[in-house]
Design a protein around this ligand. Structure first.
Ligand SMILES: [Zn+2]
Length: 137
């Protein structure tokens, strides 16, 4: 618990009251950043993609507070989409040793306890935020 903020975080806009929603957003950001760091794509512009997603999802979860538990999976998918446009597939599947490189997908797309899964192999690879532990480096 109490994970440290990842390095390279841009300056915060200022103190804000720490609501449960804000805590959920912070946790989601930390989990996705951990996966980005684990897969060595935590460049400055990638971190800004996470921030963009968190900003968007802050609005989203304020409209639907019951979705707070879904934030990590949603932010992961937002960043995955943004990376696909600008960098390519992420995160590449570490399970399948043969065939075309392919990305893992988040399941459930909209639900609690999101995991990275490989649809080709039909396996759960790791929880969102735990990619670093799943892949031998
Ligand atoms: Zn695979």
């Amino acid at each position: 618990m109490d994970p440290h903020d990842p390095p390279g975080e841009p300056g915060a806009p200022g103190p804000r009251p720490v609501s449960p929603l804000e805590q959920a957003l912070h946790a989601a950001r930390a989990l996705v950043l951990a996966d980005l760091v684990a897969r060595e794509v935590a460049e400055a512009d990638v971190v800004s993609m996470v921030e963009e997603s968190v900003t968007h999802r802050r609005w989203w979860v304020e409209q639907w507070p019951d979705g707070a538990g879904f934030l990590a999976g949603l932010v992961a998918q937002d960043v995955q989409d943004a990376l696909l446009e600008r960098h390519g597939r992420w995160p590449l599947c570490p399970v399948c040793g043969t065939g075309d490189p392919h990305a893992l997908e988040v399941e459930p797309e909209l639900g609690p306890d999101p995991h990275w899964v490989c649809h080709k192999a039909g396996v759960k690879v790791a929880a969102v935020g735990r990619l670093g532990g799943a892949v031998p480096s």
